[in-house]
Write a protein that binds this ligand. Structure first.
Ligand code: ASP
Length: 325
Protein backbone atom coordinates (compact mmCIF):
# COMPACT_ATOMS: atom_id res chain seq x y z
CA UNK A 1 0.00 0.00 0.00
CA UNK A 2 2.86 2.34 0.88
CA UNK A 3 4.24 1.86 -2.59
CA UNK A 4 0.91 2.61 -4.19
CA UNK A 5 0.49 5.78 -2.15
CA UNK A 6 3.97 6.92 -3.06
CA UNK A 7 3.22 6.16 -6.67
CA UNK A 8 0.04 8.19 -6.65
CA UNK A 9 1.80 11.17 -5.11
CA UNK A 10 4.60 10.94 -7.67
CA UNK A 11 1.99 10.54 -10.34
CA UNK A 12 0.09 13.60 -9.28
CA UNK A 13 3.30 15.59 -9.45
CA UNK A 14 4.06 14.03 -12.82
CA UNK A 15 0.74 15.07 -14.28
CA UNK A 16 0.99 18.69 -13.19
CA UNK A 17 1.21 20.89 -16.21
CA UNK A 18 0.25 18.10 -18.57
CA UNK A 19 -2.18 18.94 -21.31
CA UNK A 20 -5.44 17.14 -20.71
CA UNK A 21 -8.24 16.62 -23.14
CA UNK A 22 -11.56 15.19 -22.07
CA UNK A 23 -12.94 12.24 -23.96
CA UNK A 24 -16.29 10.53 -23.89
CA UNK A 25 -16.20 8.87 -20.52
CA UNK A 26 -19.66 7.69 -19.59
CA UNK A 27 -20.55 8.40 -15.99
CA UNK A 28 -17.07 8.97 -14.63
CA UNK A 29 -16.35 12.69 -14.72
CA UNK A 30 -13.27 11.93 -12.58
CA UNK A 31 -11.60 10.25 -15.55
CA UNK A 32 -9.82 12.21 -18.26
CA UNK A 33 -7.09 11.29 -20.68
CA UNK A 34 -4.03 13.02 -21.99
CA UNK A 35 -4.70 14.75 -25.28
CA UNK A 36 -3.74 12.59 -28.19
CA UNK A 37 -3.62 12.73 -31.94
CA UNK A 38 -4.62 10.02 -34.38
CA UNK A 39 -2.78 6.84 -33.45
CA UNK A 40 -0.54 8.72 -31.03
CA UNK A 41 2.33 6.49 -29.92
CA UNK A 42 1.30 5.29 -26.50
CA UNK A 43 2.23 2.82 -23.77
CA UNK A 44 -0.45 1.95 -21.22
CA UNK A 45 0.01 -0.55 -18.40
CA UNK A 46 -1.70 -1.79 -15.27
CA UNK A 47 -0.59 -0.77 -11.78
CA UNK A 48 2.41 1.29 -10.82
CA UNK A 49 4.63 0.26 -13.68
CA UNK A 50 6.24 3.50 -14.81
CA UNK A 51 9.61 1.78 -15.25
CA UNK A 52 8.07 -0.86 -17.51
CA UNK A 53 6.47 1.92 -19.56
CA UNK A 54 9.88 3.59 -19.92
CA UNK A 55 11.41 0.39 -21.27
CA UNK A 56 8.58 0.03 -23.77
CA UNK A 57 8.80 3.69 -24.74
CA UNK A 58 12.51 3.31 -25.42
CA UNK A 59 11.60 0.85 -28.18
CA UNK A 60 8.79 2.96 -29.61
CA UNK A 61 10.68 6.25 -29.55
CA UNK A 62 13.36 4.66 -31.73
CA UNK A 63 10.78 3.63 -34.29
CA UNK A 64 10.55 0.06 -33.00
CA UNK A 65 7.61 -2.29 -33.20
CA UNK A 66 4.87 -2.24 -30.54
CA UNK A 67 5.38 -6.00 -30.14
CA UNK A 68 8.99 -5.49 -29.05
CA UNK A 69 7.88 -2.62 -26.83
CA UNK A 70 5.35 -4.63 -24.85
CA UNK A 71 7.72 -7.58 -24.52
CA UNK A 72 10.58 -5.39 -23.29
CA UNK A 73 8.25 -3.45 -21.03
CA UNK A 74 6.72 -6.35 -19.13
CA UNK A 75 10.11 -8.09 -18.86
CA UNK A 76 11.15 -5.31 -16.48
CA UNK A 77 8.50 -6.42 -14.00
CA UNK A 78 9.11 -10.12 -14.60
CA UNK A 79 12.73 -9.64 -13.55
CA UNK A 80 11.94 -7.53 -10.48
CA UNK A 81 12.01 -9.61 -7.26
CA UNK A 82 10.21 -6.82 -5.40
CA UNK A 83 7.10 -7.30 -7.50
CA UNK A 84 5.49 -10.28 -5.83
CA UNK A 85 2.79 -10.92 -8.40
CA UNK A 86 4.83 -11.31 -11.58
CA UNK A 87 7.77 -13.50 -12.65
CA UNK A 88 10.82 -13.81 -10.41
CA UNK A 89 9.80 -13.13 -6.80
CA UNK A 90 6.13 -13.90 -7.45
CA UNK A 91 4.15 -15.47 -4.62
CA UNK A 92 3.91 -19.24 -4.96
CA UNK A 93 0.94 -21.56 -5.09
CA UNK A 94 -0.20 -23.19 -1.84
CA UNK A 95 2.48 -25.89 -2.26
CA UNK A 96 5.31 -23.37 -2.59
CA UNK A 97 5.75 -23.48 -6.39
CA UNK A 98 5.97 -20.29 -8.44
CA UNK A 99 3.86 -20.93 -11.57
CA UNK A 100 3.60 -18.30 -14.26
CA UNK A 101 1.08 -17.28 -16.93
CA UNK A 102 1.74 -14.90 -19.85
CA UNK A 103 0.54 -13.99 -23.32
CA UNK A 104 1.36 -11.66 -26.18
CA UNK A 105 -0.49 -10.55 -29.32
CA UNK A 106 0.66 -8.66 -32.40
CA UNK A 107 -0.87 -6.25 -34.88
CA UNK A 108 -1.69 -9.06 -37.33
CA UNK A 109 -3.73 -11.01 -34.78
CA UNK A 110 -1.02 -13.57 -34.11
CA UNK A 111 -0.81 -14.60 -30.48
CA UNK A 112 1.09 -16.87 -28.13
CA UNK A 113 0.65 -17.91 -24.54
CA UNK A 114 2.16 -20.00 -21.78
CA UNK A 115 0.42 -21.07 -18.62
CA UNK A 116 1.36 -23.04 -15.51
CA UNK A 117 5.01 -22.52 -16.49
CA UNK A 118 7.64 -23.04 -13.80
CA UNK A 119 11.34 -22.05 -13.47
CA UNK A 120 11.48 -19.55 -16.34
CA UNK A 121 11.95 -15.90 -15.45
CA UNK A 122 10.51 -14.44 -18.65
CA UNK A 123 7.32 -16.26 -19.60
CA UNK A 124 6.30 -13.45 -21.96
CA UNK A 125 9.32 -14.21 -24.16
CA UNK A 126 8.41 -17.90 -24.19
CA UNK A 127 4.86 -16.89 -25.17
CA UNK A 128 6.30 -14.87 -28.04
CA UNK A 129 8.25 -17.90 -29.25
CA UNK A 130 5.11 -20.05 -29.04
CA UNK A 131 3.53 -17.48 -31.35
CA UNK A 132 6.47 -17.26 -33.74
CA UNK A 133 7.84 -20.80 -33.81
CA UNK A 134 4.95 -23.19 -33.26
CA UNK A 135 1.61 -23.86 -34.95
CA UNK A 136 -0.06 -23.44 -31.53
CA UNK A 137 -1.34 -20.58 -29.39
CA UNK A 138 -0.96 -22.01 -25.86
CA UNK A 139 1.64 -24.28 -24.28
CA UNK A 140 1.24 -25.26 -20.65
CA UNK A 141 3.11 -26.80 -17.73
CA UNK A 142 5.87 -29.32 -18.49
CA UNK A 143 5.42 -28.91 -22.24
CA UNK A 144 5.89 -25.16 -22.00
CA UNK A 145 8.96 -25.67 -19.82
CA UNK A 146 10.45 -28.18 -22.25
CA UNK A 147 9.83 -25.81 -25.16
CA UNK A 148 11.50 -22.97 -23.23
CA UNK A 149 14.57 -25.05 -22.37
CA UNK A 150 14.86 -26.28 -25.97
CA UNK A 151 14.91 -22.66 -27.04
CA UNK A 152 17.72 -21.55 -24.79
CA UNK A 153 15.89 -20.37 -21.68
CA UNK A 154 17.58 -21.18 -18.37
CA UNK A 155 15.92 -23.06 -15.54
CA UNK A 156 15.92 -20.89 -12.40
CA UNK A 157 14.56 -20.95 -8.88
CA UNK A 158 11.98 -18.16 -8.90
CA UNK A 159 10.98 -18.35 -5.23
CA UNK A 160 12.76 -15.55 -3.38
CA UNK A 161 13.46 -15.71 0.33
CA UNK A 162 10.91 -12.96 0.96
CA UNK A 163 8.18 -14.83 -0.92
CA UNK A 164 9.12 -18.09 0.81
CA UNK A 165 8.86 -16.48 4.25
CA UNK A 166 5.45 -14.98 3.44
CA UNK A 167 4.28 -18.38 2.22
CA UNK A 168 5.52 -20.02 5.45
CA UNK A 169 3.47 -17.45 7.39
CA UNK A 170 0.43 -18.04 5.19
CA UNK A 171 0.65 -21.80 5.79
CA UNK A 172 0.03 -21.27 9.50
CA UNK A 173 -3.50 -20.17 8.63
CA UNK A 174 -3.81 -21.79 5.19
CA UNK A 175 -6.76 -19.66 4.17
CA UNK A 176 -7.66 -21.18 0.79
CA UNK A 177 -10.64 -18.99 0.06
CA UNK A 178 -9.70 -17.06 -3.07
CA UNK A 179 -10.25 -13.58 -1.73
CA UNK A 180 -8.22 -11.13 -3.70
CA UNK A 181 -7.89 -7.58 -2.53
CA UNK A 182 -5.97 -4.82 -4.17
CA UNK A 183 -2.82 -5.66 -2.24
CA UNK A 184 -2.38 -9.19 -3.52
CA UNK A 185 -2.30 -8.78 -7.27
CA UNK A 186 -0.16 -6.67 -9.53
CA UNK A 187 -0.29 -8.46 -12.86
CA UNK A 188 1.14 -6.33 -15.62
CA UNK A 189 -0.96 -5.98 -18.72
CA UNK A 190 0.49 -3.60 -21.31
CA UNK A 191 -0.79 -2.10 -24.56
CA UNK A 192 1.37 -0.10 -26.95
CA UNK A 193 0.88 1.83 -30.18
CA UNK A 194 4.04 2.36 -32.21
CA UNK A 195 4.98 5.13 -34.64
CA UNK A 196 3.50 3.11 -37.49
CA UNK A 197 0.17 3.22 -35.65
CA UNK A 198 0.10 -0.50 -34.88
CA UNK A 199 -1.16 -1.79 -31.53
CA UNK A 200 0.13 -4.86 -29.67
CA UNK A 201 -0.34 -6.19 -26.14
CA UNK A 202 1.16 -8.45 -23.49
CA UNK A 203 0.17 -9.70 -20.06
CA UNK A 204 2.22 -11.60 -17.46
CA UNK A 205 1.63 -12.77 -13.89
CA UNK A 206 2.37 -15.29 -11.19
CA UNK A 207 -1.38 -15.32 -10.65
CA UNK A 208 -3.28 -15.51 -7.46
CA UNK A 209 -1.13 -16.04 -4.39
CA UNK A 210 -1.49 -19.50 -2.79
CA UNK A 211 -3.71 -20.75 -5.59
CA UNK A 212 -4.34 -24.47 -6.08
CA UNK A 213 -1.57 -26.21 -7.98
CA UNK A 214 -2.36 -26.09 -11.68
CA UNK A 215 -4.67 -23.08 -11.45
CA UNK A 216 -4.57 -20.87 -14.53
CA UNK A 217 -6.05 -17.38 -14.44
CA UNK A 218 -7.21 -14.94 -17.08
CA UNK A 219 -3.81 -13.45 -17.86
CA UNK A 220 -2.59 -16.02 -20.44
CA UNK A 221 -6.00 -16.45 -22.06
CA UNK A 222 -6.31 -14.41 -25.24
CA UNK A 223 -9.50 -12.37 -24.98
CA UNK A 224 -9.65 -12.59 -21.18
CA UNK A 225 -6.48 -11.02 -19.73
CA UNK A 226 -5.53 -9.27 -22.97
CA UNK A 227 -6.78 -8.75 -26.50
CA UNK A 228 -5.85 -6.49 -29.38
CA UNK A 229 -7.31 -5.95 -32.83
CA UNK A 230 -5.32 -3.59 -34.99
CA UNK A 231 -8.51 -2.26 -36.60
CA UNK A 232 -9.95 -1.20 -33.26
CA UNK A 233 -7.62 -1.15 -30.24
CA UNK A 234 -6.84 -3.31 -27.26
CA UNK A 235 -7.68 -4.09 -23.65
CA UNK A 236 -6.02 -5.69 -20.63
CA UNK A 237 -7.35 -6.94 -17.31
CA UNK A 238 -6.10 -7.38 -13.78
CA UNK A 239 -7.74 -8.67 -10.63
CA UNK A 240 -9.50 -11.91 -9.84
CA UNK A 241 -8.90 -13.92 -12.99
CA UNK A 242 -11.88 -16.18 -12.47
CA UNK A 243 -14.22 -13.19 -12.73
CA UNK A 244 -12.59 -12.05 -15.97
CA UNK A 245 -12.58 -15.54 -17.48
CA UNK A 246 -16.32 -15.79 -16.99
CA UNK A 247 -16.96 -12.84 -19.30
CA UNK A 248 -13.84 -12.66 -21.52
CA UNK A 249 -13.40 -9.04 -20.51
CA UNK A 250 -10.67 -7.91 -22.89
CA UNK A 251 -12.40 -9.32 -25.96
CA UNK A 252 -15.68 -7.80 -24.85
CA UNK A 253 -14.09 -4.36 -24.48
CA UNK A 254 -12.51 -4.47 -27.95
CA UNK A 255 -15.80 -5.57 -29.49
CA UNK A 256 -17.68 -2.78 -27.70
CA UNK A 257 -15.16 -0.28 -29.06
CA UNK A 258 -15.63 -1.77 -32.53
CA UNK A 259 -19.33 -0.97 -32.20
CA UNK A 260 -18.60 2.65 -31.31
CA UNK A 261 -18.08 2.73 -27.55
CA UNK A 262 -15.28 4.92 -26.26
CA UNK A 263 -12.53 3.04 -24.37
CA UNK A 264 -13.95 4.40 -21.10
CA UNK A 265 -17.51 3.37 -21.92
CA UNK A 266 -16.30 -0.09 -22.91
CA UNK A 267 -14.37 -0.56 -19.64
CA UNK A 268 -17.39 0.56 -17.63
CA UNK A 269 -19.71 -1.83 -19.45
CA UNK A 270 -17.27 -4.71 -18.84
CA UNK A 271 -17.19 -3.97 -15.12
CA UNK A 272 -20.97 -3.67 -15.12
CA UNK A 273 -21.22 -7.18 -16.57
CA UNK A 274 -19.27 -8.45 -13.56
CA UNK A 275 -21.05 -6.42 -10.89
CA UNK A 276 -24.49 -7.22 -12.30
CA UNK A 277 -23.97 -10.93 -12.95
CA UNK A 278 -21.38 -12.27 -10.53
CA UNK A 279 -22.60 -12.71 -6.98
CA UNK A 280 -19.25 -12.10 -5.27
CA UNK A 281 -18.48 -8.86 -7.16
CA UNK A 282 -18.45 -6.69 -4.05
CA UNK A 283 -15.73 -8.84 -2.48
CA UNK A 284 -13.33 -8.90 -5.41
CA UNK A 285 -11.27 -6.48 -7.44
CA UNK A 286 -11.08 -6.36 -11.23
CA UNK A 287 -9.62 -3.51 -13.27
CA UNK A 288 -9.64 -2.98 -17.04
CA UNK A 289 -7.63 -0.70 -19.31
CA UNK A 290 -8.52 0.00 -22.93
CA UNK A 291 -6.78 1.87 -25.72
CA UNK A 292 -8.23 2.63 -29.14
CA UNK A 293 -6.33 3.25 -32.35
CA UNK A 294 -6.58 7.02 -31.87
CA UNK A 295 -4.63 6.71 -28.64
CA UNK A 296 -7.69 7.42 -26.48
CA UNK A 297 -7.78 5.35 -23.32
CA UNK A 298 -10.19 4.13 -20.69
CA UNK A 299 -9.76 2.69 -17.20
CA UNK A 300 -12.30 1.35 -14.74
CA UNK A 301 -12.41 -1.03 -11.79
CA UNK A 302 -14.86 -2.51 -9.33
CA UNK A 303 -13.23 -0.92 -6.26
CA UNK A 304 -11.08 2.21 -5.95
CA UNK A 305 -7.34 1.66 -5.83
CA UNK A 306 -6.69 0.45 -9.37
CA UNK A 307 -3.81 2.52 -10.65
CA UNK A 308 -2.23 2.50 -14.07
CA UNK A 309 0.65 4.09 -15.97
CA UNK A 310 0.29 6.00 -19.25
CA UNK A 311 3.18 7.09 -21.48
CA UNK A 312 1.94 9.48 -24.13
CA UNK A 313 2.95 12.85 -25.57
CA UNK A 314 6.35 12.60 -23.94
CA UNK A 315 5.03 12.08 -20.41
CA UNK A 316 4.93 8.96 -18.31
CA UNK A 317 2.31 9.42 -15.61
CA UNK A 318 0.42 7.36 -13.09
CA UNK A 319 -3.27 7.74 -12.40
CA UNK A 320 -6.05 6.03 -10.52
CA UNK A 321 -9.03 4.64 -12.40
CA UNK A 322 -12.57 5.57 -11.47
CA UNK A 323 -14.43 2.72 -9.78
CA UNK A 324 -17.94 1.31 -9.73
CA UNK A 325 -18.31 0.77 -5.97
N1 ASP B 1 -5.55 -11.68 -13.07
C1 ASP B 1 -4.51 -12.39 -12.36
C2 ASP B 1 -4.93 -13.81 -12.13
O1 ASP B 1 -6.06 -14.02 -11.77
C3 ASP B 1 -4.15 -11.80 -11.07
C4 ASP B 1 -4.02 -10.33 -10.99
O2 ASP B 1 -4.26 -9.58 -11.89
O3 ASP B 1 -3.61 -9.88 -9.95
O4 ASP B 1 -4.10 -14.68 -12.23
Amino acid sequence: MANRRKFLIQSALGTMGAAFGAFACGNTPKEKTIASGPSAPTVLSTWNNLAANEAAWAVISQGGRALDAVEQGVRVVEADPEDMSVGYGGRPDRDGNVTLDACIMDEAGNCGSVCFLEHIKHPVSVARLVMEKTPHVILSGDGALRFALENGFRKEDLLTEKARQEWEEWKKVSEYKPVINIESHDTIGMLAIDQQGNICGACTTSGMAYKMRGRVGDSPIIGAGMYVDNEVGGAVATGLGEAVLKMLGSFLIVELMRQGASPQQACEEAIRRITSKQKNAAEIQVGFLALNKKGEMGAYSIHPGFVYALHQNGRNVGREAAAAL
